[in-house]
Design a binder for this molecule. Structure first.
Ligand SMILES: Cc1cc2nc3c(=O)[nH]c(=O)nc-3n(C[C@H](O)[C@H](O)[C@H](O)COP(=O)(O)O)c2cc1C
Length: 194
């Protein structure tokens, strides 16, 4: 039902758009699967990048199957032959870089300009609009360090979605949930209208 709603509301805005989806290590990483599926359904071309931590929550097999493209998990494509994934090219390829879920750790790296992995290196190279969907537990999200990182990322011109309140994986309740995939797709669709 939600899928149909998204498709009907935003029919063509994301058609043929090149969307890079960065997934970091949050329990909400399982939501990357429906997010990829919805983006593909509205006609977007999706390239997924996983952090090492994210790959423990959601598999490259799942996301690669749904996106119809091999998932990228590190700088190296084939260590033996020296082939690597070009973060500069990926950053230039994308028309939007969506990082969902964005963990506290990843937000901190991006806010500070650190690039220990492919997801963060591509962020520094990307010229396209960047959308971040933070997801973490109540007190992590409320921590001034995380809030400062979010403010800093916004001051750079990134679109950081507010984390809706609700039941969290820990059993606590409050802000910190990842914005739902349907809402992320709707936000992207609205962005590409104008
Ligand atoms: C079961 C479990 C759930 C976690 N959930 C979250 C989460 O929702 N948000 C978050 O910021 N970190 C969470 N973490 C911690 C991150 O996985 C950890 O900080 C990791 O280093 C993030 O790496 P990345 O940002 O490179 O993906 C969780 C860890 C575990 C073991």
């Amino acid at each position: 039902m939600a899928e149909l709603k998204t498709r009907n509301q935003e029919p063509g805005n994301l058609h043929n758009r090149r969307i890079l989806l960065g997934v970091s290590g949050s329990i909400a990483a399982y939501k990357a699967a429906p997010l990829v599926r919805l983006l593909v359904q509205v006609g977007a071309e999706v390239q997924v990048i996983l952090t090492e931590a994210a790959a423990a929550f959601v598999t490259p097999l799942t996301l690669g199957t749904l996106s119809k493209k091999p998932v990228l998990t590190g700088f190296l494509r084939d260590a033996a032959s020296g082939q690597w994934h070009n973060h500069v090219e990926l950053g230039l390829w994308a028309e939007a870089y969506v990082i969902a879920p964005a963990s506290a750790n990843t937000l901190g790296q991006l806010a500070q300009g650190l690039c220990p992995n492919l997801l963060s290196a591509v962020y520094l190279s990307a010229r396209c609009p960047v959308f971040l969907a933070p997801a973490m537990d109540l007190d992590m999200y409320a921590h001034p360090a995380v809030q400062q990182n979010i403010q800093r990322l916004r001051s750079f011109g990134n679109h950081v979605f507010d984390s809706p309140a609700g039941e969290l994986a820990s059993g606590l309740s409050g802000p910190g949930r990842m914005l739902e995939p349907e809402q992320i797709v709707a936000e992207l669709g609205r962005f590409f209208v104008g």
